[in-house]
Design a protein. Structure first.
Lengths: 261, 263
Protein backbone atom coordinates (compact mmCIF):
# COMPACT_ATOMS: atom_id res chain seq x y z
CA UNK A 1 0.00 0.00 0.00
CA UNK A 2 1.73 3.12 -1.19
CA UNK A 3 0.38 6.46 -0.15
CA UNK A 4 1.35 10.12 -0.32
CA UNK A 5 -0.60 12.78 1.55
CA UNK A 6 0.36 16.45 1.74
CA UNK A 7 -1.67 18.85 3.86
CA UNK A 8 -0.90 22.53 3.58
CA UNK A 9 2.81 21.90 3.08
CA UNK A 10 5.10 24.90 3.12
CA UNK A 11 8.82 25.02 2.57
CA UNK A 12 10.89 28.07 3.35
CA UNK A 13 14.65 28.16 3.34
CA UNK A 14 17.40 30.68 3.61
CA UNK A 15 19.91 30.77 0.84
CA UNK A 16 23.47 30.76 2.05
CA UNK A 17 26.39 31.27 -0.17
CA UNK A 18 28.89 28.60 0.66
CA UNK A 19 31.67 30.05 2.73
CA UNK A 20 29.84 33.28 3.42
CA UNK A 21 30.38 32.93 7.14
CA UNK A 22 34.13 32.75 7.34
CA UNK A 23 35.71 33.95 10.53
CA UNK A 24 37.55 36.69 8.67
CA UNK A 25 34.20 38.10 7.53
CA UNK A 26 32.78 37.84 11.02
CA UNK A 27 35.73 39.76 12.51
CA UNK A 28 35.72 42.37 9.78
CA UNK A 29 32.01 42.93 10.25
CA UNK A 30 32.32 43.34 13.99
CA UNK A 31 35.23 45.79 13.52
CA UNK A 32 33.51 47.92 10.90
CA UNK A 33 30.16 47.61 12.67
CA UNK A 34 28.48 46.80 9.40
CA UNK A 35 25.72 44.24 9.63
CA UNK A 36 25.89 41.39 7.19
CA UNK A 37 23.35 41.68 4.39
CA UNK A 38 20.32 39.56 5.22
CA UNK A 39 20.39 36.21 3.46
CA UNK A 40 17.60 35.91 0.90
CA UNK A 41 14.71 33.72 1.99
CA UNK A 42 12.91 31.54 -0.50
CA UNK A 43 9.33 30.50 0.05
CA UNK A 44 9.58 27.56 -2.31
CA UNK A 45 6.33 25.75 -1.56
CA UNK A 46 3.21 27.56 -0.39
CA UNK A 47 0.45 25.46 1.06
CA UNK A 48 0.38 22.36 -1.10
CA UNK A 49 -2.39 19.80 -0.75
CA UNK A 50 -2.04 16.52 -2.54
CA UNK A 51 -3.31 13.00 -2.15
CA UNK A 52 -1.97 10.04 -4.10
CA UNK A 53 -2.87 6.37 -3.76
CA UNK A 54 -1.86 3.08 -5.35
CA UNK A 55 -1.97 3.28 -9.11
CA UNK A 56 -1.82 7.07 -9.24
CA UNK A 57 0.54 8.45 -11.82
CA UNK A 58 0.95 12.16 -11.32
CA UNK A 59 2.45 14.44 -13.92
CA UNK A 60 3.73 17.85 -12.85
CA UNK A 61 4.05 20.72 -15.30
CA UNK A 62 5.06 24.31 -14.77
CA UNK A 63 7.85 26.57 -15.85
CA UNK A 64 11.32 26.70 -14.37
CA UNK A 65 11.43 27.74 -10.73
CA UNK A 66 7.78 26.87 -10.12
CA UNK A 67 8.74 24.42 -7.36
CA UNK A 68 8.36 21.14 -9.24
CA UNK A 69 11.77 19.72 -8.34
CA UNK A 70 11.50 21.05 -4.80
CA UNK A 71 8.21 19.20 -4.40
CA UNK A 72 9.83 15.96 -5.56
CA UNK A 73 12.60 16.41 -3.01
CA UNK A 74 10.04 16.98 -0.28
CA UNK A 75 8.28 13.76 -1.31
CA UNK A 76 11.65 11.94 -1.22
CA UNK A 77 12.28 13.26 2.30
CA UNK A 78 15.44 15.13 1.32
CA UNK A 79 13.82 18.47 2.15
CA UNK A 80 11.60 18.52 5.20
CA UNK A 81 8.55 20.77 5.11
CA UNK A 82 8.74 23.89 7.26
CA UNK A 83 5.00 23.72 7.97
CA UNK A 84 2.11 21.39 7.24
CA UNK A 85 2.01 17.60 7.31
CA UNK A 86 3.55 15.13 4.95
CA UNK A 87 2.75 11.43 5.03
CA UNK A 88 4.55 9.07 2.71
CA UNK A 89 4.18 5.31 2.89
CA UNK A 90 6.00 2.96 0.59
CA UNK A 91 9.48 2.35 -0.64
CA UNK A 92 10.73 5.36 -2.56
CA UNK A 93 13.14 5.41 -5.43
CA UNK A 94 14.03 8.71 -7.00
CA UNK A 95 15.73 9.95 -10.13
CA UNK A 96 16.85 13.52 -9.66
CA UNK A 97 19.83 15.25 -11.19
CA UNK A 98 22.00 12.78 -13.01
CA UNK A 99 25.12 12.73 -10.91
CA UNK A 100 23.26 12.50 -7.59
CA UNK A 101 23.57 9.27 -5.67
CA UNK A 102 26.74 8.30 -7.49
CA UNK A 103 30.41 8.42 -6.59
CA UNK A 104 32.05 9.94 -9.64
CA UNK A 105 35.39 8.22 -9.12
CA UNK A 106 33.94 4.78 -8.70
CA UNK A 107 33.17 2.60 -11.70
CA UNK A 108 29.76 1.49 -12.91
CA UNK A 109 29.72 -1.74 -10.93
CA UNK A 110 30.70 -0.03 -7.69
CA UNK A 111 28.05 2.59 -8.27
CA UNK A 112 25.39 -0.06 -8.77
CA UNK A 113 26.27 -1.23 -5.28
CA UNK A 114 26.37 2.29 -3.84
CA UNK A 115 23.02 3.15 -5.29
CA UNK A 116 21.52 -0.23 -4.43
CA UNK A 117 22.63 -0.06 -0.81
CA UNK A 118 21.49 3.55 -0.66
CA UNK A 119 18.06 2.16 -1.52
CA UNK A 120 18.60 -0.26 1.35
CA UNK A 121 18.87 -3.46 -0.59
CA UNK A 122 20.58 -6.26 1.27
CA UNK A 123 23.76 -7.66 -0.29
CA UNK A 124 21.95 -10.90 -1.12
CA UNK A 125 19.04 -9.16 -2.87
CA UNK A 126 21.37 -6.85 -4.73
CA UNK A 127 23.78 -9.50 -5.99
CA UNK A 128 20.85 -11.28 -7.64
CA UNK A 129 19.87 -8.11 -9.46
CA UNK A 130 23.26 -6.82 -10.57
CA UNK A 131 23.35 -8.81 -13.79
CA UNK A 132 19.90 -7.67 -14.88
CA UNK A 133 20.71 -4.06 -13.94
CA UNK A 134 23.85 -4.20 -16.09
CA UNK A 135 21.89 -5.75 -18.92
CA UNK A 136 19.09 -3.17 -18.78
CA UNK A 137 21.62 -0.32 -18.79
CA UNK A 138 23.22 -1.74 -21.99
CA UNK A 139 26.49 -0.18 -20.86
CA UNK A 140 28.61 -3.30 -21.36
CA UNK A 141 32.30 -2.70 -20.85
CA UNK A 142 31.72 0.93 -19.94
CA UNK A 143 30.69 -0.35 -16.50
CA UNK A 144 34.37 -0.96 -15.78
CA UNK A 145 35.15 2.73 -16.22
CA UNK A 146 34.74 5.44 -13.58
CA UNK A 147 31.40 7.10 -14.19
CA UNK A 148 33.06 10.50 -14.36
CA UNK A 149 33.69 9.60 -18.02
CA UNK A 150 30.04 8.77 -18.73
CA UNK A 151 27.85 10.88 -20.97
CA UNK A 152 24.50 12.14 -19.65
CA UNK A 153 22.77 9.45 -21.67
CA UNK A 154 24.89 6.71 -20.12
CA UNK A 155 24.31 8.05 -16.61
CA UNK A 156 20.58 8.10 -17.06
CA UNK A 157 20.62 4.50 -18.27
CA UNK A 158 22.54 3.39 -15.21
CA UNK A 159 20.50 5.44 -12.73
CA UNK A 160 17.21 4.33 -14.21
CA UNK A 161 18.24 0.68 -14.36
CA UNK A 162 19.14 0.63 -10.65
CA UNK A 163 16.28 2.76 -9.40
CA UNK A 164 13.65 0.62 -11.07
CA UNK A 165 15.31 -2.75 -10.40
CA UNK A 166 14.58 -2.55 -6.69
CA UNK A 167 10.81 -2.56 -7.40
CA UNK A 168 9.96 0.71 -5.71
CA UNK A 169 6.45 1.44 -4.50
CA UNK A 170 6.93 5.11 -5.22
CA UNK A 171 8.98 6.30 -8.17
CA UNK A 172 9.91 9.97 -8.40
CA UNK A 173 11.31 11.06 -11.75
CA UNK A 174 12.63 14.57 -12.36
CA UNK A 175 13.06 15.48 -15.98
CA UNK A 176 16.02 13.27 -16.64
CA UNK A 177 14.71 10.80 -19.16
CA UNK A 178 15.18 13.41 -21.84
CA UNK A 179 18.93 12.76 -21.55
CA UNK A 180 18.48 9.29 -22.99
CA UNK A 181 18.11 8.53 -26.66
CA UNK A 182 14.79 7.56 -28.25
CA UNK A 183 15.30 3.82 -27.90
CA UNK A 184 16.07 4.21 -24.22
CA UNK A 185 13.15 6.52 -23.53
CA UNK A 186 10.83 3.92 -25.07
CA UNK A 187 12.42 1.18 -22.98
CA UNK A 188 12.15 3.30 -19.84
CA UNK A 189 8.49 3.96 -20.55
CA UNK A 190 7.84 0.23 -20.83
CA UNK A 191 9.65 -0.43 -17.57
CA UNK A 192 7.63 2.25 -15.81
CA UNK A 193 4.41 0.79 -17.18
CA UNK A 194 5.42 -2.61 -15.83
CA UNK A 195 6.12 -1.08 -12.44
CA UNK A 196 2.72 0.57 -12.47
CA UNK A 197 1.10 -2.83 -12.94
CA UNK A 198 2.34 -3.74 -9.48
CA UNK A 199 0.23 -0.95 -8.07
CA UNK A 200 2.58 1.79 -7.10
CA UNK A 201 2.79 5.56 -7.37
CA UNK A 202 4.65 7.48 -10.04
CA UNK A 203 5.38 11.18 -9.88
CA UNK A 204 6.83 12.55 -13.09
CA UNK A 205 8.14 16.05 -13.67
CA UNK A 206 8.58 16.74 -17.33
CA UNK A 207 8.60 19.42 -19.96
CA UNK A 208 7.79 16.73 -22.48
CA UNK A 209 4.05 17.26 -22.28
CA UNK A 210 3.43 14.28 -24.49
CA UNK A 211 4.99 11.84 -22.05
CA UNK A 212 2.83 13.28 -19.28
CA UNK A 213 -0.25 12.59 -21.38
CA UNK A 214 0.96 9.09 -22.15
CA UNK A 215 2.24 8.07 -18.74
CA UNK A 216 0.01 9.78 -16.22
CA UNK A 217 -3.58 9.62 -15.04
CA UNK A 218 -3.48 12.79 -12.96
CA UNK A 219 -1.70 16.08 -13.43
CA UNK A 220 -1.00 19.34 -11.65
CA UNK A 221 0.26 22.66 -12.93
CA UNK A 222 2.56 24.41 -10.51
CA UNK A 223 3.27 28.08 -10.36
CA UNK A 224 5.27 30.00 -7.73
CA UNK A 225 5.23 27.15 -5.26
CA UNK A 226 1.48 26.59 -5.52
CA UNK A 227 -0.82 24.32 -7.44
CA UNK A 228 -2.43 26.53 -10.02
CA UNK A 229 -4.63 23.84 -11.47
CA UNK A 230 -5.15 20.11 -11.10
CA UNK A 231 -7.10 17.63 -13.16
CA UNK A 232 -6.72 15.02 -15.85
CA UNK A 233 -3.46 15.06 -17.81
CA UNK A 234 -5.23 16.03 -21.04
CA UNK A 235 -6.97 18.94 -19.37
CA UNK A 236 -3.85 20.25 -17.61
CA UNK A 237 -1.55 19.81 -20.58
CA UNK A 238 -4.03 21.61 -22.83
CA UNK A 239 -4.42 24.51 -20.39
CA UNK A 240 -0.68 24.76 -19.84
CA UNK A 241 0.08 24.58 -23.54
CA UNK A 242 -2.42 27.31 -24.30
CA UNK A 243 -0.95 29.50 -21.58
CA UNK A 244 2.59 28.97 -22.84
CA UNK A 245 1.62 29.71 -26.42
CA UNK A 246 -0.20 32.87 -25.38
CA UNK A 247 2.83 33.94 -23.38
CA UNK A 248 5.22 33.22 -26.24
CA UNK A 249 2.97 35.17 -28.63
CA UNK A 250 2.87 38.11 -26.22
CA UNK A 251 6.65 38.06 -25.85
CA UNK A 252 7.22 38.01 -29.58
CA UNK A 253 4.73 40.85 -30.14
CA UNK A 254 6.47 42.89 -27.42
CA UNK A 255 9.78 42.19 -29.08
CA UNK A 256 8.38 43.10 -32.45
CA UNK A 257 6.90 46.44 -31.36
CA UNK A 258 10.00 48.65 -31.47
CA UNK A 259 10.60 47.62 -35.05
CA UNK A 260 7.01 48.43 -35.97
CA UNK A 261 7.20 51.91 -34.44
CA UNK B 1 12.20 10.94 23.51
CA UNK B 2 13.27 7.30 23.84
CA UNK B 3 11.53 6.14 20.72
CA UNK B 4 12.87 9.07 18.72
CA UNK B 5 16.40 7.93 19.50
CA UNK B 6 15.50 4.31 18.81
CA UNK B 7 13.90 5.15 15.47
CA UNK B 8 16.88 7.26 14.52
CA UNK B 9 19.34 4.47 15.18
CA UNK B 10 17.08 1.99 13.42
CA UNK B 11 17.31 4.30 10.42
CA UNK B 12 21.11 4.42 10.75
CA UNK B 13 21.16 0.62 10.97
CA UNK B 14 19.09 0.31 7.79
CA UNK B 15 21.94 1.99 5.91
CA UNK B 16 24.60 -0.40 7.25
CA UNK B 17 25.31 -2.00 3.87
CA UNK B 18 25.73 1.42 2.32
CA UNK B 19 28.15 2.38 5.09
CA UNK B 20 30.11 -0.84 4.67
CA UNK B 21 30.37 -0.17 0.95
CA UNK B 22 31.67 3.36 1.59
CA UNK B 23 34.30 2.17 4.06
CA UNK B 24 35.35 -0.76 1.89
CA UNK B 25 35.76 1.49 -1.15
CA UNK B 26 37.69 4.07 0.89
CA UNK B 27 40.11 1.38 2.01
CA UNK B 28 40.42 -0.15 -1.43
CA UNK B 29 40.93 3.21 -3.08
CA UNK B 30 43.93 3.77 -0.87
CA UNK B 31 45.56 0.44 -1.51
CA UNK B 32 44.51 -0.37 -5.03
CA UNK B 33 47.40 -0.79 -7.43
CA UNK B 34 49.97 -0.27 -4.73
CA UNK B 35 52.69 -2.76 -4.09
CA UNK B 36 52.58 -2.75 -0.32
CA UNK B 37 48.81 -2.68 -0.02
CA UNK B 38 47.77 -2.19 3.59
CA UNK B 39 51.46 -1.87 4.39
CA UNK B 40 51.42 1.74 3.24
CA UNK B 41 49.31 2.81 6.16
CA UNK B 42 51.89 1.23 8.44
CA UNK B 43 54.96 2.55 6.75
CA UNK B 44 54.67 6.07 8.13
CA UNK B 45 54.19 5.20 11.84
CA UNK B 46 56.71 2.36 11.62
CA UNK B 47 59.39 4.54 10.03
CA UNK B 48 58.76 7.33 12.53
CA UNK B 49 58.88 4.84 15.37
CA UNK B 50 62.18 3.34 14.27
CA UNK B 51 63.93 6.66 13.75
CA UNK B 52 62.64 8.32 16.91
CA UNK B 53 63.18 5.27 19.06
CA UNK B 54 66.78 5.03 17.89
CA UNK B 55 67.48 8.72 18.42
CA UNK B 56 65.74 8.92 21.78
CA UNK B 57 67.26 5.77 23.15
CA UNK B 58 70.59 7.53 22.68
CA UNK B 59 69.64 11.06 23.71
CA UNK B 60 67.27 10.35 26.56
CA UNK B 61 68.96 7.13 27.59
CA UNK B 62 65.69 5.21 27.47
CA UNK B 63 65.43 1.59 26.57
CA UNK B 64 64.68 1.00 22.90
CA UNK B 65 62.52 -2.05 23.51
CA UNK B 66 60.26 -0.12 25.84
CA UNK B 67 60.26 3.04 23.83
CA UNK B 68 59.36 1.62 20.41
CA UNK B 69 55.88 0.24 21.30
CA UNK B 70 55.20 3.42 23.28
CA UNK B 71 55.90 5.51 20.19
CA UNK B 72 54.00 3.26 17.82
CA UNK B 73 50.90 3.19 20.02
CA UNK B 74 51.07 6.96 20.43
CA UNK B 75 51.48 7.68 16.73
CA UNK B 76 48.70 5.25 15.77
CA UNK B 77 46.39 6.89 18.30
CA UNK B 78 47.28 10.33 17.04
CA UNK B 79 46.69 9.41 13.42
CA UNK B 80 43.18 8.21 14.31
CA UNK B 81 42.24 11.39 16.18
CA UNK B 82 43.81 13.59 13.52
CA UNK B 83 41.95 11.87 10.67
CA UNK B 84 38.66 11.93 12.58
CA UNK B 85 38.90 15.70 13.00
CA UNK B 86 40.46 16.80 9.73
CA UNK B 87 38.75 14.37 7.36
CA UNK B 88 35.62 14.75 9.44
CA UNK B 89 35.50 18.38 8.35
CA UNK B 90 35.13 17.46 4.69
CA UNK B 91 32.91 14.42 5.04
CA UNK B 92 29.55 16.07 4.26
CA UNK B 93 30.83 17.94 1.25
CA UNK B 94 32.45 14.77 -0.03
CA UNK B 95 29.13 12.96 0.25
CA UNK B 96 26.96 15.75 -1.11
CA UNK B 97 25.80 13.68 -4.07
CA UNK B 98 24.37 11.10 -1.67
CA UNK B 99 22.91 13.57 0.80
CA UNK B 100 20.99 15.33 -1.96
CA UNK B 101 19.67 12.06 -3.31
CA UNK B 102 18.40 10.31 -0.22
CA UNK B 103 17.44 11.38 3.33
CA UNK B 104 20.31 9.50 4.99
CA UNK B 105 20.98 10.05 8.70
CA UNK B 106 23.95 12.40 8.54
CA UNK B 107 25.99 10.76 11.29
CA UNK B 108 26.81 7.96 8.86
CA UNK B 109 29.39 10.12 7.08
CA UNK B 110 31.49 11.05 10.14
CA UNK B 111 31.19 7.38 11.11
CA UNK B 112 32.65 6.44 7.73
CA UNK B 113 35.73 8.57 8.46
CA UNK B 114 36.14 7.18 11.98
CA UNK B 115 35.81 3.58 10.82
CA UNK B 116 38.25 3.96 7.93
CA UNK B 117 40.90 5.64 10.06
CA UNK B 118 40.10 3.33 12.98
CA UNK B 119 40.97 0.41 10.75
CA UNK B 120 44.49 1.80 10.25
CA UNK B 121 44.75 2.42 13.97
CA UNK B 122 43.85 -1.17 14.80
CA UNK B 123 46.52 -2.55 12.48
CA UNK B 124 49.26 -0.32 13.85
CA UNK B 125 48.18 -0.89 17.44
CA UNK B 126 48.14 -4.66 16.93
CA UNK B 127 51.72 -4.44 15.76
CA UNK B 128 52.63 -2.63 18.96
CA UNK B 129 50.96 -5.44 20.91
CA UNK B 130 52.82 -8.05 18.86
CA UNK B 131 56.07 -6.23 19.47
CA UNK B 132 55.50 -6.34 23.22
CA UNK B 133 54.51 -9.99 23.00
CA UNK B 134 57.71 -10.88 21.18
CA UNK B 135 60.05 -8.85 23.35
CA UNK B 136 58.38 -9.74 26.67
CA UNK B 137 57.30 -13.21 25.73
CA UNK B 138 53.73 -13.18 27.12
CA UNK B 139 50.29 -11.61 26.78
CA UNK B 140 49.17 -9.67 29.78
CA UNK B 141 45.52 -10.25 30.73
CA UNK B 142 45.45 -6.50 31.43
CA UNK B 143 45.09 -6.06 27.66
CA UNK B 144 41.40 -6.91 28.12
CA UNK B 145 40.98 -3.45 29.61
CA UNK B 146 41.52 -2.16 26.06
CA UNK B 147 37.98 -3.23 25.18
CA UNK B 148 36.22 -0.50 27.17
CA UNK B 149 39.03 1.92 26.28
CA UNK B 150 38.59 1.39 22.56
CA UNK B 151 34.81 1.67 22.88
CA UNK B 152 35.18 5.03 24.62
CA UNK B 153 37.81 6.16 22.16
CA UNK B 154 35.55 5.21 19.25
CA UNK B 155 32.64 7.21 20.70
CA UNK B 156 34.94 10.14 21.36
CA UNK B 157 36.38 10.12 17.83
CA UNK B 158 32.88 9.79 16.34
CA UNK B 159 31.61 12.74 18.40
CA UNK B 160 34.58 14.86 17.36
CA UNK B 161 34.08 13.95 13.70
CA UNK B 162 30.37 14.88 13.91
CA UNK B 163 31.18 18.23 15.51
CA UNK B 164 33.88 18.99 12.93
CA UNK B 165 31.60 17.96 10.06
CA UNK B 166 28.70 20.22 11.03
CA UNK B 167 30.97 23.07 12.00
CA UNK B 168 32.80 22.95 8.68
CA UNK B 169 29.59 23.29 6.66
CA UNK B 170 28.66 26.47 8.52
CA UNK B 171 32.21 27.79 9.07
CA UNK B 172 34.54 26.68 6.31
CA UNK B 173 37.51 27.86 8.38
CA UNK B 174 37.04 24.90 10.67
CA UNK B 175 39.45 22.64 8.85
CA UNK B 176 42.30 25.16 8.96
CA UNK B 177 41.65 25.85 12.62
CA UNK B 178 41.61 22.14 13.38
CA UNK B 179 44.92 21.63 11.64
CA UNK B 180 46.59 24.40 13.59
CA UNK B 181 44.98 23.37 16.87
CA UNK B 182 45.93 19.74 16.42
CA UNK B 183 49.50 20.68 15.65
CA UNK B 184 49.71 22.50 18.98
CA UNK B 185 47.97 19.67 20.77
CA UNK B 186 50.40 17.18 19.28
CA UNK B 187 53.24 18.72 21.26
CA UNK B 188 51.12 19.08 24.38
CA UNK B 189 50.40 15.37 24.39
CA UNK B 190 53.05 12.83 25.41
CA UNK B 191 53.04 11.08 22.05
CA UNK B 192 56.66 11.22 21.00
CA UNK B 193 58.08 11.81 24.47
CA UNK B 194 57.44 9.97 27.73
CA UNK B 195 54.87 11.45 30.09
CA UNK B 196 57.47 11.45 32.84
CA UNK B 197 59.12 14.32 31.00
CA UNK B 198 56.10 16.51 31.79
CA UNK B 199 55.67 15.19 35.30
CA UNK B 200 59.28 15.86 36.22
CA UNK B 201 59.09 19.43 34.98
CA UNK B 202 55.97 20.43 36.88
CA UNK B 203 53.72 20.27 33.83
CA UNK B 204 51.42 17.62 35.32
CA UNK B 205 48.33 19.74 34.53
CA UNK B 206 48.95 19.20 30.83
CA UNK B 207 48.34 15.52 31.45
CA UNK B 208 45.30 16.07 33.63
CA UNK B 209 43.37 18.47 31.41
CA UNK B 210 44.21 17.02 28.03
CA UNK B 211 41.70 14.29 27.08
CA UNK B 212 44.14 12.92 24.53
CA UNK B 213 46.82 12.43 27.16
CA UNK B 214 44.25 10.71 29.37
CA UNK B 215 43.23 8.36 26.57
CA UNK B 216 46.81 7.65 25.71
CA UNK B 217 47.41 6.60 29.29
CA UNK B 218 44.48 4.16 29.13
CA UNK B 219 45.90 2.66 25.94
CA UNK B 220 49.49 2.42 27.08
CA UNK B 221 49.27 1.23 30.64
CA UNK B 222 48.03 -2.31 29.84
CA UNK B 223 50.30 -2.45 26.82
CA UNK B 224 53.56 -1.30 28.38
CA UNK B 225 53.14 -1.93 32.11
CA UNK B 226 50.84 -4.92 31.92
CA UNK B 227 48.50 -3.39 34.50
CA UNK B 228 44.85 -2.37 34.37
CA UNK B 229 44.26 1.40 34.53
CA UNK B 230 42.50 2.63 37.65
CA UNK B 231 38.79 3.41 37.63
CA UNK B 232 39.78 6.99 38.31
CA UNK B 233 41.64 7.08 34.99
CA UNK B 234 38.46 5.92 33.23
CA UNK B 235 36.37 8.44 35.15
CA UNK B 236 38.64 11.28 34.00
CA UNK B 237 38.20 10.23 30.38
CA UNK B 238 34.43 9.98 30.82
CA UNK B 239 34.49 13.56 32.03
CA UNK B 240 35.42 14.50 28.46
CA UNK B 241 33.62 11.80 26.47
CA UNK B 242 30.19 12.49 27.96
CA UNK B 243 30.04 16.25 27.35
CA UNK B 244 31.56 15.99 23.87
CA UNK B 245 29.10 13.21 23.02
CA UNK B 246 26.18 15.20 24.39
CA UNK B 247 27.25 18.22 22.37
CA UNK B 248 27.44 16.10 19.23
CA UNK B 249 23.94 14.73 19.85
CA UNK B 250 22.48 18.17 20.39
CA UNK B 251 24.14 19.48 17.22
CA UNK B 252 22.70 16.60 15.21
CA UNK B 253 19.24 17.11 16.73
CA UNK B 254 19.33 20.80 16.01
CA UNK B 255 21.01 21.05 12.61
CA UNK B 256 20.52 17.77 10.78
CA UNK B 257 17.25 18.75 9.08
CA UNK B 258 18.63 22.07 7.92
CA UNK B 259 22.03 20.86 6.83
CA UNK B 260 21.08 20.45 3.19
CA UNK B 261 20.14 24.12 2.86
CA UNK B 262 23.57 25.16 4.16
CA UNK B 263 25.52 23.06 1.69
Amino acid sequence: MAEITLKDVHLTFTLRKRGSTSIKDAILRSLTGRASPPAPTVHALRGLNLELRDGDRLGIVGHNGAGKSTLLRVLAGVYRPTAGTLRVRGRISSLFELNLGFDEDANGWENIRYRGYLLRESPRQLEQKIASIAEFSELGEALDRPIRYYSAGMLVRLAFAISTAIEPEILLVDEILAAGDLAFVEKARQRMNELMQQSSILVLVSHALKSIEQMCNKAIWMEQGQIRQSGSPEEIVAAYREYMLAKAAKNSSVAAQPQAA
Amino acid sequence: MGHVVRDYFAEVWSYRHFLTQLVRNDLQKRYRRSLLGVGWSLLQPLAMTCVLAMVYSRVLQVEFLHFAPMLLSGLAFWAWIHASCVQGCGCFLLAEAFIRQQPIPTIIFPLRVVLTSGFHFLIAFSIAILFVLITQGYFSPALLSLVPTLLLLFLFAWSLAILCAFSHVYFPDTQHLMEVGLQVLFYLTPIIYPRTLLEQNGLWFVLEFNPLALFLHLLREPLLEGTVPTLLAYAKVLLFVVPVGALAISVVARFERRLIFAM
